[in-house]
Design a binder for this molecule. Structure first.
Ligand code: HDD
Length: 676
């Protein structure tokens, strides 16, 4: 791509990119190195000499290559992209990047799990981070959200406690990347404001199929301020164009072993294939006058604004279209902060947000080693930046001149503050009054109504999954009292949940309780999400002597619908049809696994090997047990018959290849088929 075609951030990064291929090896001082396999020794059997500057430099750099991982969200993966607004949001905010539909703002998005270490598996049960850096003309704006719209706690002062309880227990550092242990659930039972988020965490939302198929939320209530100074409360939403889809729990656990990099691989490959992930940006707006018009406090981060009451207005779209060049330089060194705002976007008194405004810079100081992390290529704004800050570890810029203070006369009092008209950030002049107290408003104390709203809004299958998730998590808890406390806590939500979980874990089942909220918010159920076949992976199981032409017809048809077939067989290499048509095999039964596909297409063949059939049937049975679409033609149909899974929901067979392909693509779009 020519430099003019690149967006502003990409152009800026270009000046930092280095290509080492084809070059001579040098030290960091630029000295060409003549030998890189033997250190400088006193004699060919003697000791290494201190004088060996090449050895010392290479080793010292290596010894210092690790930086502290993020205390939370350590395991993450990121991509570049662009954001465009559909029409000006001028009525509500003066933020420049939300005004002009012809402007494309470069973005960098990092997705993450929360609890696990940097090397942990990606399909664990957890919230997912969804952090977006917009490189706007007015400075960087960071929307540092999650894929769950509420949070565990209401006040940031509890964050260290929450994270200590979630992380591996300190005495034995077990378990990794899991909430299914005593301290996490002990924290939950003793901090009941977490009830609503726990419902989400135990739902399918916390085992997403893909980063491309999950929503993102700013969680907090922020403020939009327009040119006239009028403010609205605002909540931000990212809506994935492919819809919201999840794995099933058994599958998620198996994928964690078979491919711990499942989500990053999926994102990386989609972008490499040109299947660019897209998310629409939505906003919910509440006028300042309506601050107290709802049965929740708009400042409470454990509450949603039901979409049916406060509609989500879609204002733009983000497209992720470029993978990083270097994960450490970009993904690891990117520094997000909810306090990175631009004029037109401001904060509220949400006590969780207020605490976050401190924590993020603080953490970058230890993680990135000093106050100059804004100079790292990935963190630099694309607009100019000037101030009187100087020095510190790793300073890059060479600020010229005598003056590094304000006010001054020598540099005509520059760099000078900008007026509001010139783009200077002016904080919203909210009136604040009160005594210094360590308390929380009564309006934050209803912890169960929205947890019940969430439950009411789930389909029967989603409810079953929540019961199973609680039963699994609490089943792993050793402490009987903690188990019982959690059961008693969730009896406040609904006995339909508390009772079956109590039975599953041998706790005493509550007989009374339950919130009387009967409201439903259909937007909360994934069953009502967009369903498309695009980018779904189908494992095509085939052996020798199949009807190549017919298989080709099916695959071509599936591909026109955006479906991606990959061949699975007993061996790598080429498999030949009876008509001479050949297919290159992508995976063997050993290297592939049914859990790595969205669907299976069983072609079969004429293998005389019993082991082939056994392996294929293992795949089929597992995919069936995970409610996945299964298609079969030719000999494949007889294998399905053998294991009695024909004429079941989402199992498609056929002799007319065109009709079969259409029906199978329809079944794939449905994602899962629960009624089996
Ligand atoms: Fe946080 C990282 C999202 C509450 C303190 N947080 C971090 C990341 C995301 C979130 C997505 C990873 C950013 C990246 O990819 O680099 N955090 C949230 C959301 C919250 C939230 C949606 C609730 C609404 N966080 C929260 C609180 C505190 C923190 C209450 C502390 C008071 N979060 C941090 C942190 C991290 C972080 C320790 C670790 C690494 C980093 O900041 O850069 O400062």
């Amino acid at each position: 791509m020519s430099n003019e075609m690149k967006n502003k951030k990409d152009q800026q990064l270009e000046s930092f990119r280095v290509k080492d291929e084809g070059k001579k090896l040098t030290t960091n001082q630029g000295l060409k190195v003549s030998e890189d396999e033997f250190s400088l020794n006193a004699g060919d059997r003697g000791p290494t000499l201190m004088e060996d500057f090449h050895f010392r430099e290479k080793m010292t750099h290596f010894d210092h290559e690790r930086i502290p991982e993020r205390i939370v969200h350590a395991r993450g993966f990121a991509a570049h992209g662009e954001f465009e607004v559909y029409e000006s949001a001028k009525e509500f905010t003066k933020a420049k990047f939300l005004q002009d539909p012809t402007v494309k703002t470069p973005v960098f998005v990092r997705f993450s799990t929360v609890g696990g270490s940097k090397g942990s598996a990606e399909t664990v049960r957890d919230a997912r981070g969804f952090a977006t850096k917009f490189y706007t003309e007015e400075g960087n704006y960071d929307l540092v959200g999650n894929n769950i719209p509420v949070f565990f706690i209401q006040d940031a002062i509890k964050f260290p406690d929450l994270v200590h309880a979630l992380k591996p227990e300190p005495h034995n550092e077990i378990p990794q990347a899991q909430s299914a242990h005593d301290t996490f659930w002990d924290f939950i039972a003793n901090n009941q404001e977490s009830a609503h988020m726990v419902m989400w965490a135990m739902s399918d939302r916390s085992i997403p199929r893909s980063f491309r198929m999950m929503e993102g939320f700013g969680v907090h209530t922020f403020r939009f301020v327009n040119e006239e100074g009028k403010a609205h409360f605002v909540k931000f939403h990212w809506k994935p164009v492919l819809g919201i889809h999840s794995l099933v729990w058994d599958e998620a656990q198996k994928v964690a072993g078979k491919d711990p990099d499942f989500h990053r691989r999926d994102l990386w490959e989609s972008i490499e294939n040109g299947d660019f992930p897209e998310y629409e940006l939505g906003v919910q707006l509440i006028s300042e006058e309506d601050e107290f018009a709802f049965d929740f406090d708009v400042l409470d981060p454990t509450k949603i604004w039901p979409e049916e009451d406060v509609p989500v207005k879609i204002i733009g779209k983000m497209t992720l279209n470029r993978n990083v060049d270097n994960v450490f330089a970009e993904t690891e060194q990117v520094a997000f902060h909810p306090g990175h705002v631009v004029p037109g976007i401001d904060f509220t008194n949400d006590p969780l947000l207020q605490g976050r405004l401190f924590s993020y810079t603080d953490t970058q100081l230890i993680r990135l080693g000093g106050p100059n992390f804004h100079e790292l290529p990935i963190n630099r704004p694309v607009c100019p930046f000037h101030n009187n800050q100087r020095d510190g570890y790793g300073r890059q810029t060479i600020n010229k001149g005598q003056v590094s203070y304000h006010k001054n006369s020598i540099a005509a009092n520059t760099p000078a503050p900008a007026s509001e008209e010139e783009g200077g950030y002016v904080h919203y002049q909210e009136k604040v009054e009160g005594r210094k107290v360590r308390t929380r408003s009564e309006s934050f104390k209803d912890h169960f109504s929205q947890a019940k709203l969430f439950w009411n809004s789930m389909s029967d299958v989603e409810k079953d999954h929540i019961v199973e998730a609680f039963s699994f998590e609490l089943g792993k808890v050793q402490n009987k009292s903690v188990q019982q406390q959690v059961i008693d806590m969730f009896a406040n939500v609904t006995l339909d949940l508390a009772k079956p979980v109590a039975e599953a874990i041998g706790a005493s089942a509550p007989t009374e309780g339950g919130s009387n909220v009967d409201k439903v918010s259909p937007a909360l159920s994934q069953e009502n999400s967009v369903k498309k076949p695009d980018t779904r992976k189908v494992g095509v199981i085939l052996d020798q002597d199949f009807n190549g032409n017919e298989v080709k017809t099916v695959l071509d048809e599936l591909k026109t619908q955006g479906i991606q077939p990959e061949f699975v067989s007993d061996k790598l290499g080429v498999k030949k049809g009876a008509d001479g048509i050949e297919f290159e095999i992508d995976h063997t039964f050993l290297t592939g696994e049914s859990v790595l596909f969205d669907a299976l297409y069983v072609v079969g063949g004429k293998s005389l090997e019993q082991s082939f059939k056994e392996d294929a049937i293992y795949f089929i049975k597992e995919a069936f047990s995970h409610f996945k679409p299964i298609g079969a033609t030719h000999g494949g149909i007889s294998w399905l018959k053998e294991v009695e899974i024909v004429e079941k929901q989402g199992v498609v067979t056929g002799k007319d290849m065109k009709v079969f392909s259409q029906n199978f693509a329809g079944a794939i779009a449905e994602h899962r088929h629960w009624n089996r």
